[in-house]
Write a protein that binds this ligand. Structure first.
Ligand SMILES: Cc1ncc(COP(=O)(O)O)c(C=O)c1O
Length: 428
């Protein structure tokens, strides 16, 4: 007897995207590096996979705070003081470190208030639908993160009209908003840093267009939190300089190396989210040890040590970008720790990633559907704790891969200067 459950699994294996990805797995089993098991890690960002040590250029822990003794110590202290989990929804109660970290996050960002979710995904799935009723609309950039799309699907199921506009194009945003009239208010959802390309959106222009059309911005700055702008306050503060008419989402799991996501906005809006956001009300919170660890992270971010970490990170980004341009690789981004090297066809992208791995360097080969079809990239994530010899080793390996796989070549002969926003030393 075949169980309906197993029949369903077989049906799903043959459906749409799953079939496409399974075919890729089957066609190039040796090239696909997915679902890897990491057997061990070191404090200089090496990791062991299938018995082989490689430098890991696939970590979002950009500042290396996951390896910081104060952060690790605070996490251990959190377990002793609070146990592993407090086991209740925040609709009933919150541990003191949760409230303290939210206050400190808001103060650091310069926003009125903040609320923490267990992940950025759960923030987008909970907050985005909570910001609208069926009189409103949500319009998102076509390449906004998948969790924004999921948040829109929840809103859509409740009768909210949703649409997309062309990537980073304020004129197209204007067109889409006009086409949706009449509506009460519009939420315009974008990423603060596009995670596959390391590129920024034109936030000021998008805000102007949203505002002029009775809307506000919703910016998922997961990859900007902690590493964009002089104090690491993120893309919104760096490029717009205020939070008026903007909801900011940030990550606690990437540069801040702990766990969770947050939404920061006006006090009034945050209080409304606490009442309307289902992932917050019906789900559990970030475990207390991660909140005590976050207190240590915020201590570091607001101390001169942050300046030193950013110097190390920015120096690695600048060095990698300058030298990769000298190799005439086609780069996307270049101003944040995610720098993508364009490869093109799917199979070639997988092959390039596999060759780098065999030379001792792990980078993520990103292919369709995460990027447009035929525009695969090697996604390099630079960290403050990568030793210079590792960055140089990766560059040398890329130079070889460029010849073997015939990577596309940039036409620029002289590499342009790399201008990163300078990390300012905080006042004593
Ligand atoms: C823009 C953006 N939003 C959301 C997420 C998901 O974050 P989380 O792992 O906290 O759910 C990511 C992950 O990379 C991201 O890049």
């Amino acid at each position: 007897m075949v169980l309906p459950l197993e029949e369903q699994a077989a049906t799903l294996e043959r459906a749409g995207l799953t079939r496409f990805i399974r075919r890729m797995f089957d066609d190039c089993p040796d090239l696909f590096m997915k679902n890897l098991t990491v057997e061990a890690v070191t404090s200089d960002r090496r990791m062991k996979i299938a018995g082989r040590w490689v430098y890991n250029f696939g970590s979002d822990s950009f500042l290396g705070l996951d390896q910081h003794p104060h952060v690790q110590g605070a996490l251990e202290r959190g377990v002793r003081e609070w146990g592993t989990h407090n086991g209740t929804s925040r609709a009933f109660s919150s541990v003191a470190p949760n409230v303290a970290v939210e206050r400190r996050l808001a103060d650091w960002l310069g926003a009125e208030a903040a609320v923490i979710y267990p992940s950025v995904t759960l923030a987008n799935v909970g907050a985005l639908p909570a910001l609208v009723t069926r009189h409103d609309v949500i319009v998102a950039d076509q390449y906004a993160h998948n969790s924004i799309e999921t948040g829109m699907q929840v809103a859509k199921a409740r009768g909210v009209r949703c649409a997309k506009f062309a990537h980073n194009d304020p004129t197209d945003l204007e067109r889409v908003l006009r086409s949706l009239r009449p509506y009460r208010r519009a939420v315009v959802a974008v990423d603060g840093v596009y995670s596959m390309s390391g590129q920024f959106p034109p936030l000021a222009a998008l805000l102007q267009t949203a505002w002029a059309n009775n809307g506000f911005l919703y910016v998922d700055d997961a990859h900007g939190t902690g590493v964009v702008g002089p104090q690491g306050r993120g893309t919104v503060w760096e490029t717009v300089g205020h939070y008026e008419n903007i909801v900011v989402v940030g990550s606690l799991s990437k540069a801040l190396s702990c766990l969770g996501g947050f939404v920061a906005a006006s006090r009034r809006l945050i209080e409304v989210l606490k009442l309307r956001s289902q992932s917050l009300i019906f789900g559990g919170p970030v475990p207390p040890p991660y909140l005590t660890a976050l207190e240590a992270v915020l201590d570091i971010i607001q101390s001169p040590e942050y300046y030193r970490l950013r110097q190390a990170l920015d120096a690695n980004v600048r060095h990698f970008v300058m030298e990769a341009r000298r190799l005439r690789l086609m780069l996307l981004g270049g101003c944040v720790p995610i720098v993508s090297v364009l490869v093109g066809p799917e199979q070639k992208t997988l092959q390039a990633g596999r060759l780098l791995f065999e030379m001792g360097y792990y980078v993520q080969s990103v292919i369709f559907p995460a990027v447009p079809h035929g525009q695969g990239v090697l996604r390099v994530q630079l960290n403050a704790i990568h030793p210079r010899k590792a960055v140089d080793g990766l560059l040398a390996a890329l130079a070889q891969v460029k010849e073997v796989v015939c990577l596309p070549e940039s036409s620029a002969v002289a590499p342009p200067e790399v201008n990163l926003p300078v990390a300012a030393m905080p006042a004593a």
